[in-house]
Design a protein around this ligand. Structure first.
Ligand SMILES: *Cc1c(COP(=O)(O)O)cnc(C)c1O
Length: 503
């Protein structure tokens, strides 16, 4: 059976279930398995499989200690009746490919048809189911309290995934006044007996640092342990959040085959709007599992730390932080890059430990030239500033009659700039959020006057484009707000403890 261990050391090994329960390796590294890629997914047979069947095949390879029945049950619970498309993640052709007149055709992979209209639903509908089975196998009867600080999207997707999940609770903190009204209402109206939501007087970094402090608080951990409760995290360092994302790369390929856009074995280029490097890393896992991928294009916003790294080999977070219209990509430390470096360096734990120590101490690291060359064989990159993002939203609408959100627009701009990777039979842009989650920025990009109220923006966007807001977003205007808690940063630990003891 394949075992997981830290990217920084092979000293301790554990099962996939154990890795999912723990989240982060004890030495601060991320869990990886050296078996990845030793067995491949059958690409020739993909066209006959629906999303659930592809998910069972991919997850079975990546999580070998889950039984086939457990995986099938998780897939069924996560994706039956929860996504607004029968394909779960549908592929849509663009009528006019961005940029070049000739060349391989461009398509969009719409990842946002889940319950919260962001791509994080694909993983966060699955993680709680995987965690429940991991807990049951551990047999300790413990309860897990998920604690998350969010800049907007993760919090709601995690709440929707963990609401009323057996044996789990979830507490979400968001910075007061720093998320959009739509995002705030998405969280404060969340149903479920095991959820808690609070605004924090501070910014996202304050909330995030305080959550790290809560995880490191020994005294709190002991008090919770006495009540049979452990704390865990739902962000993309968890293996259980990463692996469900591998599935949609295969599902996209299957749809292209069924549409006759490619034949089995043809290479596809994927362009991925990137923040924490989870989504694009899942594409790399898909490639290692046998998916024909010509290039993975990392698209950034103005916070272009990954562009600089992939171009020069120097990762340097000592730079100004920009707040943009694509908040989920406003990130200077892309945690999952560590997993990519692990695999590209053929599992050189010592090198990874060294690079991450450099990053922690100086905010910077540099990879050897041979390693950079190897990375560049698979990964290309580009970025968009805010004017370019607005320009891409307008171009996509005017040239394709296709509406995109500001995150997807970063990818659209990059596709437009870069020539198609050699050998690509098709180009695929991953679309990570519904444009209706950001109606203000999208309207503005289309050159329209912007009403003061977010819901007025939503209605105007419907009028101007003839498209329809997802029902669950439009319904927020009249939804009942359950939570109005506001806490100071020093009060966050006590808030978590109260919520945990209510489980
Ligand atoms: C989280 C998020 C991203 C970035 O994904 P990573 O896996 O962190 O790289 C991009 N777009 C949207 C809308 C997101 O919510």
């Amino acid at each position: 059976m394949s075992l997981y261990h830290s990217t920084r050391s092979r000293a301790e090994e554990c099962s996939a279930k154990e890795a999912i329960r723990r989240g982060l390796a004890p030495d601060g590294g991320l869990f990886v398995s050296d078996e990845l890629g030793s067995a491949k997914v059958d690409v020739d047979g993909l066209a006959e499989l629906d999303y659930a069947a592809i998910a069972r095949a991919v997850l079975g390879l990546l999580l070998p200690d889950y039984t086939a029945d457990e995986i099938a049950a998780c897939v069924n619970e996560a994706y039956t009746g929860t996504f607004a498309s029968p394909e779960v993640t549908p592929v849509v052709p663009l009528t006019k490919a961005p940029g070049a007149a000739a060349g391989p055709h461009a398509h969009v992979l719409e990842l946002y048809h889940g319950p919260t209209s962001a791509f994080k639903d694909v993983a966060l509908q699955m993680l709680p189911r995987l965690m429940a089975r991991a807990q049951a196998s551990a047999g300790a009867g413990e309860k897990i309290m998920i604690v998350t600080a969010t800049s907007g999207d993760t919090g709601k997707a995690a709440l929707a995934g963990f609401a009323d999940a057996p044996g789990c609770g979830i507490t979400v903190f968001y910075p007061e006044g720093k998320v959009s009204r739509v995002q705030e209402l998405q969280m404060t109206t969340q149903a479920g007996a095991n959820v808690a939501v609070a605004a924090v007087r501070g910014n996202f970094d304050d909330a995030q640092s305080a959550v790290k402090g809560i995880f490191a608080d020994r005294a709190l951990a002991e008090r919770l342990a006495a009540a049979g409760i452990v704390l865990s995290s739902a962000n993309s360092i968890n293996v259980g959040r990463l692996v469900p994302q591998v599935v949609y790369y295969f599902a996209a390929y299957a749809q292209l085959m069924r549409a006759g856009a490619i034949a089995a074995g043809d290479a596809v280029e994927f362009c991925v709007p990137t923040g924490n490097f989870g989504d694009v890393l899942a594409g790399y896992y898909a490639k290692m599992l046998g998916l024909p991928v010509s290039k993975l294009v990392v698209a950034s916003d103005k916070n272009n730390v990954l562009f600089d790294f992939l171009t020069t080999g120097v990762y340097d977070r000592n730079r100004p932080f920009f707040t943009t219209t694509s908040p989920s990509m406003d990130i200077l430390i892309s945690s999952n890059l560590e997993r990519m470096l692990y695999y590209v360096s053929d599992g050189d734990c010592e090198l990874i430990a060294h690079l991450m120590a450099d990053l922690a101490e100086t905010g910077r690291f540099e990879v050897p030239a041979e390693l950079l060359a190897k990375i560049q064989e698979t990964f290309a990159c580009g970025w968009a500033d805010e004017d370019e993002v607005a320009g891409a939203i307008a171009a996509s609408w005017h040239e394709n009659a296709y509406l995109i959100d500001p995150h997807t627009a970063c990818g659209y701009h990059v596709l437009e700039k870069l020539p198609a990777a050699a050998g690509s039979a098709a180009r695929m842009l991953l679309s990570t959020a519904s444009p209706y989650k950001f109606p203000r920025a999208v309207l503005e990009a289309l050159g329209e006057d912007v009403p003061a109220d977010d819901f007025a923006c939503m209605r105007k966007l419907e009028e101007v484009t003839g498209t329809c807001a997802p029902a669950q977003l439009a319904a927020l205007e009249t939804a009942h707000e359950r939570f109005s808690d506001v806490v100071d940063v020093p009060g966050m630990g006590a808030y978590v403890e109260d919520a945990a003891l209510r489980l």
